[in-house]
Design a protein around this ligand. Sequence first.
Ligand code: FEO
Ligand code: CA
Ligand code: CA
Ligand code: CA
Length: 747
Amino acid sequence: MNKPNDLAISATDLNDIDSNASHDNHFNSILNARLSRRNWLRGSAVTAATAVMGSMGLSACGGGSDAIAVTPTPTPTPEKLLAFTAVPKSLADVVSVPAGYTATALYALGDSLRAATPAYKNDGSDTDFDNRAGDHHDGMEYYGLSAAGAPLASGAERGLLAMNHEATTDETLSSHFLHVNGGTTSLPRPAAEVDKEVAVHGLSVVEVKKTGSAWATVNDSAFNRRVTPLTDIELAGPVRGNALVVTKYSPTGTKTRGTINNCGTGKSPWGSYLSGEENWAGYFTRSSTDNAARGDKSVVSLNRYGRSQGAGSRHGWETGGSDDKYARWNLSKIGASSNGSDDYRNELNGMGYIVEMDPYDKTRAIRKRTALGRYAHESAAFSVPAVGQQLAVYMGDDSRNEYIYKFVTTAVWAAADANPADRMATGDKYLDSGKLYVAKLAADGTGQWIELAMSNALIQAYSAYKFADLADVLVNARLAADAVGATKMDRPEWCSVNPANGEIYYTLTNNSNRTVNPSGSSQLAPDSANPRAYTDMKGSSAQNGNPNGHIIRFKEGTGAAAATSFTWDVYLFGAESGADASKINLSNLTAEQDFSSPDGLAFSPYTGICWIQTDDGAYTDVTNCMMLAAIPGKVGDGAKSTLNYATAAGGNLAVDTFIGKKPTADTLKRFLVGPVGSEITGISETPDGKTMFINIQHPGENTKLANIGDPSKYTSQWPANAGYGAGKRPRSATIVITKNDGGRIGS
Ligand code: FEO
Ligand code: CA
Ligand code: CA
Ligand code: CA
C-alpha cells in the first residue's frame, strides 16, 4: 500500500502506524553514552519502437541527440551490465524505460481471469472480482511452465505470475475507483460495496505466455486463481491450535479466514510462493470499552499491534451486514465464551504472517507459517542454500521503529528438495520448525541475532507482557523483540540476499521519528545503523527525520545462515543529488542515481543485478517513483564516518556509521520511472533474464473521491493513456519489460 512518506500521515497511511513505544533500545543507550562529545546499439528498430512507445504513453529515455540510424549488427554484442543510458527523473504520466527497452501493460486491476467474466469496463460498475485481477499489485514472483504447460522452473516463455494485491486507493472508507460514484463515505457500508472491496485484496495467480515477441495473459488458464480475505487458510507451525487463535470461524484454532494487505514476497528454494501480510491491523475495529471487557494481557498485545480500543477500521467492512464474513472485522470481545470461540476477539492473532502457497496447484491449502513470527511482514528472502546446512529466512517489520528478523530452519537443506514432489510438504519440513531471531546492531559495525524463545531470560522476565509459551512469543514477536532490546530501525521494507556472496540487503524506507533531540517514547536519536536526522524541503514543507531512507546490509559471521553474529554497513543512502554530501547525500548520488524511500529490492538470480524500487513521497515534487539497477560491492568496502549533530543542550552528538563504497555511474543507474502517483514494486524475471515483470501500484492515488466521474481531474490516467483497457480511471497493473535486441534486462 502506499505510504508516500511517513510525514503525511492520513487515515490511509496505515503503514505509518507507530506502535513501538518500548523504551528498551540498548543501542540508543550506547549512543547516548557518547553525547558531548551508454550509448551503443541504437538501430532503426529502436527508433521505431521509441516512436510507438511515445504514442502509447510509454517513453524510451536516454536516446539522446547522439542517436544515429544504423542497421543492427548481426554480431552479438558482449553483454555489459548497466550499459543502458540512465532514465532521467520525470513527472510524466508514463512508464519511462531506457532506449532499447519496451515496457507494456500486461495485467491490470479488474482484468478477467476466465471466459465467463466479462472484460473490465473500468467505470465502477464491474463486479465478480473473485475472478478478476485484484487491486494494488505488489510483490510478485514468476514460476516457469514448459511449452506444454507443465511446471518447469526453467520455462522462460510460458509461466505463472503469482502476486499480492495489497490494498485499494481510498480517501474516506470507500475504495473510490471501484464504485460508480466513488462509494459510500459513512457507516454502515452497503454489502455490495464491501464485497467488492474485500475481493480485490489477497493474491492472484495468472498464466502468462509469450507469442512471437509479445507477452499476454492466458484468460481461462486452469492455473488462474484468486485468493481473498475470505479464502480458507491453514495455520501451520507452533501457533496452530493455540488458544490465542481460537475464533468462531475456527474453534480449534487451526485455520484463518483469508489473507490481507499482502505486500512483499519471496520464492522458496523448493519453488513455492511466500507472501507477507503487512498492514492487516487497520482493517479491524475495536469498541471503545473493549479493554475493560477483556481485562487481560490481550490488551497489551492489541495496543502493541496498532489496535487500541476505539480504533475504527479502514473501510468499515464490519458494518456490511449480519453475516459472519462482516462480523469478523470486529475484534471486540462480545461473546460469552471463555475462549473466544463465539466471537472474533482473537481474530487479529491469525493475521500478520508469511503465507505459503503452491502457485502451481490451486487444490492445495495455503498455509500461514507461524514459526516466522507475526508482524508487518514485507519480503521473505532465503539464504543461499547449502546442502547439509540450515536455511535462513530474512524478514523485516515495516512500521516506524520496528525490527529486522531472521528465521533459521531446524531442517538442513537437501538437494532433492529443489525439485520436490510436494511443495507444501517441503514447506512444512523447513518452515514449521526452527528459531526466530531479531537483530541488535552495535555502533562498531557488528551485530547480534537474539533468539526469541522462552529460554531467553529477558523474555521470561519481561514486565510489560507475560509470555505463556513459544506460540505466545511468535504471535507477539514485537513484544518479545522489545523485551530483548532489539534495534529499532527506520522502517524495514524488502530484503534480499546477494547470490554472489550471501550478504543480506534491507531497505529502510524512511522515518520521520529520527531526531537529534528526541521527546516522547516514539522519537529516537540517530544511531549508527540509522544515522541520519535532517531536514529536506518539499516545496515549502519541511520533512524531518530520515525522509529519504537508506539500504543497510549484513554479512553473517561464523555459522553462515545459522550465525548469531554479523557485521553491517550502509550500502546506500537515499538523497537528492544536490543535498549536502557531508550530512545527507552520504553516498554521493548523482542526478542519474538519486532516489528517495527505497522499498522493493531484489537481486536477480540470473544477472546478479540488485534492483531497487521506490515508494516515495519526499522527492515526488521532482520525480515520480522509480526503479534503479545496481551492482553492489560488499560489506566493509567503504569507510567509517562520523556524523556530528548539535544538540539542543549545546553539546555534540557524534554518530559513527559505516558507509559502503560510493556507487559510480557503472554500478548504480536509474532504469525506470513510473506514472504519476504510483509506487514501483514487485521484481520478477524469466529464468533466461530476458523478460522482467514488475508492478505499477496505485497510479493516480491522490485523486480525490469528489472527482470520481471526471477523468480530467484524475491525477493519472495510466494505463488507459498507454492504450491499455477501457475507461480512464487509473489502474494498478503488471508491466512486462523486454529488450528490443532480445538481450537480458539490465544489460
Ligand atoms: Fe506495503 Fe511496507 O510496503
Ligand atoms: Ca526536497
Ligand atoms: Ca513495500
Ligand atoms: Ca513503502
